[in-house]
Design a protein around this ligand. Structure first.
Ligand code: COA
Ligand code: ZN
Length: 284
C-alpha cells in the first residue's frame, strides 16, 4: 500500500466568491452527497461578516442539516472572536480554519486588521477553540509571494509557520492565494519551512489546469502529504486578484493514484462529481 495523502474538499473556497450564491438546500444536498460517497474532510463554509461574504451567511444552517459519518471531519473558517462564537454554537464542526496572511496589505483587505492583530486574534481563537475540543488549522495566505509589493521570502514564511505553531495551532497550511508559485518555489519554500520548523505544512494551491500537475508533483516530491482542492477546480478568494482557481480534486486524485499514493476519495465517482460541482456553480 502506498502512503496516504490527505485531501480536504474546500466547498467554502469553491462557493464563497461565485457570481451566483448557491442556494442553501443545494449546498446541503451536495455536501451530503460527498459525505455519503466517502469524502472524509470538507471545508464547509465560514462564520464571517455576511456583508463581507454573503455567500457564506448560511453556513450554520448547512452544518445543522448534515449527517456527518463517523470519521469524517468538517472545517469552517473564522476571522474573529465573534465568528468563533458562532462556529462553536453550530455543533458538528471539528476544525477551525483561521486565515493569516504573510502580506500585511492582503490581511487588511481580507479581514480588516494588520498581520500582528491577526496573530493576536489567532491566539484567542486557538485558546478558546482548543478548550472547546476543536482543532485549529491556520493558513498563511500569500505564502509563495504576493502581487501587493509586500516583502516576501521563504525565511519569513518559515518564521511565521513557527510562530503559528508556537501560538498553538494544530496544522499550518501554506496558501498560494494568487498563484505565485512555480515548482521550484514550492520545493524551496517547503525545504526552508521543514528545515526551520521541523513541520511539514499542508498546501492550499491555486493554479490553472495547465500548471497544477507540476505544482502537485513538486509538493509531493518535497514531502507534502496534505492538500486542499475543489471539485470542478472552482473558486479562489474574491478579495485577491487573479483568475486562478483551486487545484481540481479530480486532477489531484488522478495524479495521486498515478504516483502510487492512497487517497480516501471515491475515485470512481469523481468525474460525475466534478461535472456536478461545475453545474451547481453555474446554476445549471
Ligand atoms: N459574523 C457575523 N457578523 C460579523 C462578524 C462575524 N464573524 N464579525 C463582524 N460582524 C459584523 C459586526 O457585527 C458588524 O455589524 P454591524 O455593522 O451591523 O454592527 C460588522 O460586521 C462590522 O464589524 P467589525 O468588527 O467592525 O468588522 P470589520 O468591518 O472590521 O471586518 C471581518 C472584519 C473579519 C468581520 C470582515 O473583514 C470579514 O468578515 N472578512 C471575511 C473574510 C473572508 O471570509 N475572506 C474569504 C476567506 S480567506
Ligand atoms: Zn483559496
Amino acid at each position: 500500500m502506498g502512503e496516504t495523502v490527505h485531501v480536504t474538499e474546500t466547498l467554502r473556497d469553491a462557493w464563497q466568491g461565485l457570481p451566483r450564491v448557491v442556494p442553501t438546500a443545494d449546498k446541503i444536498a451536495f455536501a451530503q452527497r460527498l459525505l455519503d460517497l466517502g469524502f472524509r474532510s470538507i471545508d464547509i463554509g465560514s462564520f464571517v461578516s455576511p456583508r463581507a461574504v454573503p455567500a457564506m451567511a448560511d453556513t450554520g444552517d448547512v452544518v445543522a442539516a448534515l449527517h456527518v459519518p463517523e470519521g469524517a471531519r468538517l472545517t469552517a473558517l473564522v476571522a474573529n472572536e465573534k465568528g468563533l462564537e458562532r462556529l462553536l454554537a453550530a455543533p458538528g464542526i471539528d476544525e477551525v480554519l483561521f486565515p493569516f496572511s504573510l502580506s500585511d496589505t492582503f490581511q487588511r483587505r481580507n479581514t480588516r486588521c494588520s498581520r500582528d492583530e491577526a496573530a493576536r486574534t489567532l491566539d484567542v481563537v486557538c485558546r478558546d477553540a482548543t478548550a472547546a475540543g476543536r482543532r485549529v488549522y491556520a493558513t498563511i495566505s500569500m505564502a509563495f509571494g504576493n502581487d501587493e509589493g509586500d516583502p516576501w521570502s521563504p525565511e519569513e514564511v518559515a518564521d511565521w509557520t513557527g510562530r503559528l505553531f508556537a501560538i498553538g495551532v494544530h496544522e499550518v497550511g501554506l496558501a498560494d492565494t494568487t498563484a505565485q508559485a512555480d515548482p521550484s518555489r514550492v520545493a524551496q519554500v517547503l525545504g526552508v519551512v521543514v528545515a526551520t520548523t521541523g513541520r511539514m505544512p499542508s498546501l492550499h494551491l491555486h493554479a490553472t489546469a495547465r500548471t497544477q500537475q507540476a505544482l502537485v508533483d513538486a509538493s509531493l516530491d518535497a514531502g507534502c502529504r496534505a492538500f486542499d482542492s475543489a471539485l470542478g477546480g472552482l473558486g479562489g478568494c474574491q478579495f485577491a486578484r487573479g483568475p486562478e482557481s483551486n487545484v481540481s480534486t479530480l486532477a489531484l486524485a488522478r495524479r495521486l493514484v498515478d504516483r502510487g499514493f492512497e487517497v480516501a476519495l471515491p475515485l470512481d465517482r469523481l468525474d460525475e462529481l466534478d461535472s456536478a460541482a461545475r453545474a451547481l456553480a453555474a446554476g445549471a
